[in-house]
Design a protein around this ligand. Structure first.
Ligand SMILES: *Cc1c(COP(=O)(O)O)cnc(C)c1O
Length: 366
């Protein structure tokens, strides 16, 4: 039998060694997060992953072009993104030292999990909601507990999970687009008994947000992304706002250079162009209102949305064939089916032309 070790100067691994089996059991046991379909053919009407249907600010293209000059690509980027932090701090009215930059807000959620949750610890989140949180718990080797939303998308009072190491609450929530109000968030922050992460990926489309709570309450962290409201899903940039002492600790957990020169330049230019940002947001909100009315007329039960998508369910007919019929016509929406809850279509707000196409096809199939 061969044994491991050096044999004639050549490393001979044990015959029984399997690299795959050396992977931690929690990783082998998990299914892995499945992102939405990314079919990027130009004739697809893509309404399945809540990207912005409009381009980013023209200033973003200028900033990226400027970042390509000189020797900026040859050198490492700012490790903490200080130029971005200063710009974002000014726009949001927060201390730049309270901002943690991330390679997409999913990177931020990973950093928070690694920092707060020990192996064997507990992560809590509501359901139906963003399914990435479960994958983060599985990777960390932590337990995951869900708390069902009520039919009206409220949460139980009192919150039933005592002492989670981390509680994730997307607000506005996905797939519902519903948004809990500040007094409810304050109460939850008191009840969760640990850090409460308000995942505000869609907050720019909502009438209120939890950012003021970061200063008022000791355990609230807010996360934001540039993927949706700033139309930069391809650039991968997000950030968290937490108290500066906490951020100093979180900086130790992130990769040294987790955001690159181009994404930092793009995000800084995008957040500095608040005029363009507001125009795009207002257009999306107008289309969302029209979609809500038209989809309701077609017989969908549409949840009131504070986000850039609508959660559409029906009692009379299955929705999966509608998803398939739309896909056959190159219109992609997200079909979601949650154990113990049921299914529905989550439809992103597109341009008016895209939504007209969607509605025309839906009229044929409902
Ligand atoms: C889109 C989304 C994110 C992730 O955004 P990225 O910045 O693209 O990683 C986080 N949370 C929720 C609820 C989202 O829908």
């Amino acid at each position: 039998m061969k044994t491991s070790g050096l044999s004639g100067g050549v490393f001979v691994p044990p015959v029984s060694f399997s690299l795959m089996n050396a992977i931690r059991p929690n990783i082998r046991g998990m299914a892995g997060y499945v992102p939405g379909e990314q079919l990027n053919s130009p004739d697809i009407v893509k309404l399945n992953t809540n990207e912005n249907p409009y381009p980013p600010s023209p200033r973003v293209f200028e900033a990226i072009r400027a970042a390509l000059t000189g020797d900026k690509l040859r050198k490492y980027p700012q490790p903490f993104g200080d130029t971005f932090r200063k710009a974002a701090g000014k726009v949001l009215g927060v201390d730049p030292d309270s901002i943690l930059i991330g390679n997409g807000s999913d990177d931020i959620l990973t950093i928070l999990t690694r920092a707060f949750v020990p192996e064997g610890g507990l992560i809590a989140s509501p359901t139906p909601s963003y399914i990435l949180y479960k994958s983060l718990a599985e990777i960390q080797g932590a337990k995951f507990q869900t708390v069902p939303f009520a039919d009206d998308w409220s949460l139980p009072n009192p919150w039933p999970v005592a002492a989670a190491n981390l509680t994730f609450l997307p607000n506005p929530n996905s797939p519902s687009g519903s948004c809990l109000r500040l007094p409810v968030l304050e109460r939850l922050a008191e009840q969760v008994g640990g850090p409460l992460v308000l995942d505000e990926a869609y907050a720019d489309f909502a009438e209120w947000n939890g950012l003021p709570l970061v200063k008022e309450l000791p355990n609230v962290i807010v996360t934001r992304t540039f993927s949706k409201s700033y139309a930069l899903a391809g650039i991968r940039f997000g950030f968290a706002v937490a108290d500066p002492d906490t951020v100093r600790e979180l900086l130790k957990v992130k990769d040294s250079y987790n955001c690159d020169v181009l994404s930092l330049a793009a995000a800084t230019a995008a957040i500095e162009d608040q005029g363009y940002f507001a125009d795009v947001r207002d257009r999306i909100l107008a289309t969302r209102g029209r979609m809500q009315a038209e989809l309701s007329k077609l017989g969908f039960r549409v949840t009131g949305s504070q986000a850039n998508f609508l959660w559409c369910r029906r009692n009379d007919k299955p929705v999966k064939p509608m998803y398939e019929a739309l896909k056959a016509k190159n219109i992609l929406v997200r079909y979601m089916n949650y154990a113990g809850y049921g299914d529905g279509l989550r439809i992103s707000v597109g341009t008016d032309a895209e939504i007209d196409k969607l509605l025309a096809e839906l009229r044929k199939v409902v």
